[in-house]
Design a binder for this molecule. Structure first.
Ligand code: SAH
Length: 337
C-alpha cells in the first residue's frame, strides 16, 4: 500500500499505470485530495472497478493532530505520525497570507547549540507523505489557503534530500496546493554538496543558509556542521546557486549576545558577503531554556544592522512570530507533555 500524499504528480501517474489505470486519473485525484481536501479515496467519483483498485493500492495517511497552540501571529501544531513519533509545524499569519513552516525529520542531528530541535537526536527522516501531510492537516484544521511554505521546522532538509524535493514538487503542482517556487524557502545549515544539487534541480526554491558567524573558528563552536564545510565553501555554493537560478540568497544570522554580535563581526560579515546576490536576515535569538545564550539587546542589533547597511549589504529583520507559544525559530521540539 502506498500513501497517496507522498506521490508527486509524475509518480502518481506512474503508480496508476502500474496498477493498470489511466495515468490521466492523476488529474482528478490531485485536485481532489489537495484542493478539495477529500481523504476518502472511494469518494472521488470513479467507477467501482477503479475505486476498488485505488483503495486496494493506495491510502491517504492523515496525520493525527494532538494539539494546537494559538497566538495572534502563529499557530503551532503538534502532529502524531503513524509510528507514534510526534513533530511540530507552524502556521504563520501574515497580512498577505498564511505561511506554513514544516518539519523534515523526527529530531535533528545537526546539533546547533542554540537550537531546541538540535538537542533531540535524529530518530528518522520524514517521508514526502508525512511532509505534505503536515500541509494537508493544517489546511483542513485551519480552513485557510496556504500561500507560502517554509521548509525550516525541525530537521535539516538537505539531510533528507530526495523526500524534500518530492515534497517541493507536490506543494508546487498547479492542480494541487499550487504554492509558487517564489513562495517556498528552504533553510539549511549549509550542506554544501546538496546546495549544488538543489541548484541544478527541477525546482530550485528560495535558499536560506544559516550562517550565524563570520569566521569558521566561531561557527564551529556553535554549529557542529561547520566542521564539515567551511564558510568559504558555503559562500561559493551560494554564489553558484544565485547565479544559476537568478535568486537572492538569504543568510540567516541569529543574534547571540556577546558571541557573534560585535562591531568587528558585523564588518567581517559584510566583507564576506560583498558582491554576492544575497542579504542578511537578522533573527532575534528565541529562548530555548538554555542559560548559555541570550539575545543581543535591541540597540546593539540595530547597530549591527546599520554596519551591514553602510557596507552595502541588504539586511532584513525576521519578525519573530509565535514565541508566546514556543513556535518561533529554534523553539520547535515536539513536546508532548
Ligand atoms: N536545519 C535548518 C532548518 C531549521 S532551523 C537550518 O539550520 O537552517 C531554522 C532557522 O532557525 C535556522 O536559521 C536556525 O539557525 C534558526 N534558529 C535555531 N535556533 C534558534 C533560536 N533559538 N532562535 C532563533 N533562531 C534559531
Amino acid at each position: 500500500m502506498t500513501d497517496i500524499y507522498g506521490l508527486t504528480y509524475k509518480k502518481m501517474r506512474d503508480a496508476l499505470e502500474e496498477i493498470g489505470e489511466k495515468p490521466s486519473r492523476a488529474d482528478v485525484i490531485f485536485p481532489a485530495i489537495y484542493r478539495d481536501g477529500i481523504t476518502d479515496l472511494s469518494a472521488l467519483g470513479f467507477k467501482d472497478e477503479t475505486t476498488e483498485k485505488l483503495s486496494g493500492n493506495f491510502y491517504s495517511g492523515e496525520l493525527e493532530c494532538v494539539r494546537v497552540l494559538s497566538s495572534d501571529t502563529a499557530d503551532k501544531y503538534l502532529l502524531r505520525l503513524s509510528d507514534g513519533n510526534t513533530i511540530e509545524s507552524v502556521m504563520m499569519k501574515h497580512e498577505f497570507g498564511y505561511n506554513v513552516c514544516i518539519s523534515t525529520q523526527v529530531g535533528c542531528n545537526m546539533g546547533c547549540k542554540f537550537c531546541a530541535s538540535g538537542k533531540l537526536k535524529k530518530v528518522r527522516d520524514l517521508t514526502a507523505a508525512e511532509m505534505s501531510g503536515q500541509l494537508i492537516a493544517i489546511k483542513r484544521i485551519s480552513g485557510k489557503k496556504i500561500s507560502g511554505l517554509s521548509i525550516m521546522g525541525i530537521g535539516e532538509p538537505l539531510d533528507n534530500y530526495d523526500n524534500v524535493t518530492d515534497l517541493i514538487s507536490i506543494a508546487m503542482y498547479q492542480k494541487g496546493l499550487d504554492i509558487g517556487a517564489k513562495h517556498i524557502t528552504l533553510s539549511t545549515c549549509g550542506l554544501v554538496p546538496k546546495i549544488y544539487e538543489l541548484a541544478d534541480s527541477e525546482n530550485p526554491v528560495n535558499l536560506a543558509i544559516s550562517l550565524h558567524a563570520p569566521t569558521d573558528e566561531l561557527r564551529r563552536t556553535i554549529m557542529p556542521s561547520a566542521n564539515r564545510y567551511s564558510i568559504s565553501e558555503i559562500i561559493e555554493a551560494a554564489r553558484y546557486y544565485s547565479t544559476r537560478n537568478n535568486r537572492r540568497i538569504t543568510f540567516e544570522y541569529v543574534m547571540l549576545s556577546g558571541i557573534n554580535d560585535s562591531v568587528q563581526q558585523a564588518k567581517q560579515l559584510a566583507e564576506l558577503l560583498c558582491g554576492l546576490n544575497g542579504y542578511v536576515n537578522i533573527i532575534r535569538y528565541n529562548s530555548t531554556g538554555d542559560q548559555a545564550f541570550t539575545c543581543t539587546p535591541h540597540e546593539q542589533i540595530m547597530a549591527f544592522y546599520d554596519i551591514l547597511k553602510k557596507n552595502g549589504i541588504g539586511v532584513t529583520m525576521r519578525r519573530s512570530l509565535g514565541s508566546s507559544v514556543s513556535a518561533a525559530c529554534g523553539q520547535l521540539r515536539a513536546e508532548t507533555r
